[in-house]
Design a protein around this ligand. Structure first.
Ligand SMILES: [Zn+2]
Ligand SMILES: [Zn+2]
Length: 160
């Protein structure tokens, strides 16, 4: 049986991590603290479970969000990366290079769910390139986001 490897990191690439082995439970939390920590309507976290874990580039900064827990984020770009509580470390699912590899299986903090959350799947949908008027502008954009895989050096030489 091959060992599962999961890598991930922040938007700018200053902080990267790797898990080896099977991660624990993946969940979403709608509580007000997770809303603030993610600036999103929910925060998806996966516990380390049986996996071994290391920060492979840089380390997060931490905000002590309660007397029991602290939240890790990239000091350079602000990406929420981790939740560290007495029952162990959990990582942001959306920070994984493949977030679909650790899909949430339970929702917590549902009393904090915003009233519009459940309407999101029913909203009118548009693809990025469907806006014909924006296509010319979009073609001029240069993406500075770290790619969804490990890199030997980042940022690239020509941008450093
Ligand atoms: Zn970053
Ligand atoms: Zn929460």
């Amino acid at each position: 049986m091959s060992t599962q490897i999961h890598s991930g990191g922040c938007q700018c690439g200053a902080v990267r991590f790797r898990l080896s082995g099977r991660p624990g439970v993946s969940s979403v939390c709608y509580c007000r603290m997770c809303q603030k920590a993610s600036a999103g309507h929910a925060l998806a976290l996966v516990s380390l479970g049986e996996a071994s874990f290391e920060w492979t580039r840089g380390e997060p900064s931490w905000f002590q969000s309660s007397n029991a827990a602290r939240r890790g984020f990239c000091q350079e770009c602000g990406t929420p990366l981790a939740y560290d509580a007495p029952d162990g470390l959990a990582l942001s699912v959306l920070a994984f290079d493949d977030p679909d590899a650790v899909p949430p299986t339970i929702a917590y903090g549902v009393e904090g769910k915003r009233v519009w959350c459940d309407a999101i799947p029913a909203l009118p949908e548009r693809g990025t390139m469907e806006d014909a008027g924006a296509v010319a502008f979009l073609k001029t954009l240069v993406n500075y986001q770290h790619p969804d895989h490990d890199t030997d050096a980042w940022p690239p030489e020509d941008r450093a």
